[in-house]
Write a protein that binds this ligand. Structure first.
Ligand code: PLP
Length: 426
């Protein structure tokens, strides 16, 4: 049995301090039940909790840790940078170096700006799109998550293409009114929205990973690009998860679609707080002090985040992605066997080293179908896996991640645990 005494006690104290006992809602385990584990340490593919239990980590801090925990080169870069000062509020050479590395990997990001989170990146990219086009409405995908800026915390009403309603208390109808919500993988709905409204931009995760991982159907992203061109709207790719995850060039290279603006976060910051937005040079000219769209940050371009990001990007060559994909294929094959052996109605979605096991029989192509997955069954699977030393996303509609620190043995341990867990919950 897992020991939980220390985690339980910490959670008790944390609930006195933080709403739900956490500093980001999904950490509270509400979607799977039980008391969240408090993590104390991470090394490579493993984490240890405050009670000393160890787990193989397939969450990777929700995506950033593509090298695993405490990679020696990342730690060394952070240490040596910290010794020379942690923040200046002035420009440093490392901003230039990281900016150049990002542009070399993603040429559509001709110019960019560093911020401190994915939320800031998407919020700022939208503001720039509105400033550049002079239009205020924008299209977002139902179930797409872009952080917690007001206009992006919006859900769809009924119908194909609907004006948004606030999905969150404290967001005004005004803030939501300019958001038009359409289902993923549905060109007709997007065209209907474009026909009905003047739109500044489409903001989209090219590979949605916040309604579980869902791949775009063939040709979908290209046709979104074409519609943006036809209706003179900007295309914003939110690659906070897919950027540097599915390849060095992100989803835009994988699918051969060039967005006007891109948002990055997670991997690019090497586990430190960093977001980036950027794109066509002429569009980025809108940003202050060059243009009228104000955007700023005390800690923007923070030296530690720059150093960590550079250390990670240096290691992400072609062979790194081939290895991640090989590990992903191994995991997929093992899970498919386990599903066949146990007869559980579930399906594994995988793009490279990102994956979701959906507990449903029908195919999942958008938020509506994702929501039909059996979340109760996922919750039981999650706890069976946790008890077997495997740490997964604590919610069905999220993605898990493999890192370069995982070895074949770790994938096999994941598959063996899954086989037992699936048999138990069946
Ligand atoms: C696709 C996507 N965009 C934006 C964000 C927001 O990033 P952050 O949590 O760093 O604000 C997230 C966070 O999970 C994300 O997955």
């Amino acid at each position: 049995m897992r020991k939980t005494t220390v985690s339980d006690a910490l959670f008790e104290r944390a609930q006195n301090l933080f709403p739900g006992g956490v500093n980001s809602p999904v950490r509270a385990f509400k979607a799977v039940g039980g008391t969240p584990v408090f993590l104390a340490r991470g090394q490579g593919a493993r984490v240890w909790d405050a009670d000393g239990n160890s787990y193989l980590d397939f969450l990777g801090s929700w995506g950033p840790l593509i090298l695993g925990h405490a990679d020696p080169d990342v730690v060394a870069a952070i240490e040596s940078t910290a010794r020379r000062g942690t923040s200046f509020g002035a420009s440093t050479d490392r901003e230039v170096l990281l900016g150049e590395a990002i542009r070399a990997a993603m040429p559509s990001m001709e110019r960019m700006r560093f911020v401190s989170s994915g939320t800031e990146a998407t919020m700022s990219a939208l503001r720039v799109a509105r400033g550049y086009t002079g239009r205020h409405r924008f299209i977002k995908i139902d179930g797409g998550y872009h952080g917690h800026a007001d206009a992006l915390l919006v859900s769809a009403g009924s119908g194909l293409a609907t004006l948004g309603l606030p999905a969150c208390a404290g967001v005004t109808e005004g803030a939501a009114a300019d958001t038009i919500v359409v289902p993923f993988n549905d060109e007709t709905a997007m065209r209907t929205a474009f026909d009905a409204y003047q739109v500044a931009a489409v903001i989209i995760e090219p590979i949605p990973a916040n309604m579980g991982l869902i791949a775009p159907k063939p040709g979908y992203l290209k046709s979104v690009r074409q519609m943006c061109d036809a209706y003179r709207a900007l295309l914003i790719f939110d690659e906070v998860i897919s950027g540097f995850r599915v390849g060095r060039g992100g989803a835009q290279a994988l699918f051969g679609v060039r967005p006007d603006l891109t948002c990055l976060g997670k991997i690019v910051g090497g586990g430190l707080p960093l977001g980036v937005f950027g794109g066509q040079s002429v569009i980025m000219s809108e940003v202050a002090p060059e243009g009228p769209v104000y955007q700023a940050g005390t800690l923007s371009g923070n030296p530690l985040a720059m150093a960590a990001g550079l250390a990670v990007l240096r290691k992400l060559d072609q062979s790194a992605y081939e290895r991640l994909d090989a590990l992903g294929r191994r995991l997929e094959a093992g899970i498919k066997d386990a599903l066949a052996a146990t007869g559980v109605a579930a399906q594994l979605h995988r793009v490279g080293s990102a994956f979701t096991l959906f507990f449903c029989a029908e195919s999942v192509t958008d938020f509506a179908s994702a929501k039909r997955a059996d979340t109760g069954r996922y919750a039981r699977f999650f706890h069976e896996m946790l008890d077997r030393g495997i740490y997964l996303p604590p919610a069905q509609l999220e993605a898990g991640f493999i890192s370069l620190a995982h070895q074949e043995d770790d994938i096999d341990a994941f598959v063996a645990a899954s086989r037992e867990a699936l048999a138990t919950i069946h």
